[in-house]
Design a protein around this ligand. Sequence first.
Ligand SMILES: *[C@@H]1O[C@H](CO)[C@@H](O)[C@H](O)[C@H]1NC(C)=O
Ligand SMILES: *[C@@H]1O[C@H](CO)[C@@H](O)[C@H](O)[C@H]1NC(C)=O
Length: 252
Amino acid sequence: MMTTKWSLPVMLIWVIPAVTVSCCRHPPSVWCSSPEIAKECQVTKQCSSFYSGEVNANPVNFTVYLEYLCPDCKQFMAGELYKAYTKLSSIMNLGLVPYGNARESKVGSKWKFKCQHGEKECLGNIIETCSMYVLPNISVYFPFIHCMEASYESPKESSKKCAKSLQIDLAPILECAESIVGNQLEHQMALKTAALKPAHTYVPWVTLNGVHTEDIQKQAESDLVKLICDTYKGPKPSACTESEKARKCWKL
Ligand SMILES: *[C@@H]1O[C@H](CO)[C@@H](O)[C@H](O)[C@H]1NC(C)=O
Ligand SMILES: *[C@@H]1O[C@H](CO)[C@@H](O)[C@H](O)[C@H]1NC(C)=O
């Protein structure tokens, strides 16, 4: 009879693709991020223009306005910021502005800073600022600032310990911090902070590609890796897709 004769091949046609096609384990936002993912999600044709080398996406600008002794700054630095920086430094331009809720006034030719948590905080801010000026690049000064932010000791003590453990020459940094150079550099941090629109009302205060909203702030504090990955327009580095993998099977 026709029905029984056809039932086996018909069944195979339906069953074979279902067992051999692997599950697309990625959300649609990353389907075009690499040829492998596009293939897995069966969108190779649709995505071909995205990963053929034409993508030349700009890194995501992410800037943190902070001050040396603020507990939330320390927590953000040790947690979300550290994670994002170590995983995504290739797709983000991280800016650090150590000034926070300080005030400044001009006395003679120098700026006088008044900090929320006192003199120690002012010195901590200037040492961090000078480290960015003295050290060759962010891969050297980020670990130094990260280490200083992990401490509640006086900045003299923390900078000494951190420089020692990271094998950084502290002398030029302290020299900068005590000189007119450090004073001027810190004034630049004051100007950057004062230029924020909207003006900051707490620290740490973050901007994503120059923009601050409460939503961006919340996302940065809860999952900065995701925020940077979602904002980046180029092919996603593996750190971006790792966390999404194996969680859901997306409908094709
Ligand atoms: C940063 O500076 C260090 C020390 O001079 C150097 O080894 C490293 O290659 C530099 N990294 C970048 C990304 O330029
Ligand atoms: C990121 O910062 C760079 C350097 O300051 C700037 O040229 C660029 O326009 C910024 N990009 C965005 C999207 O804000």
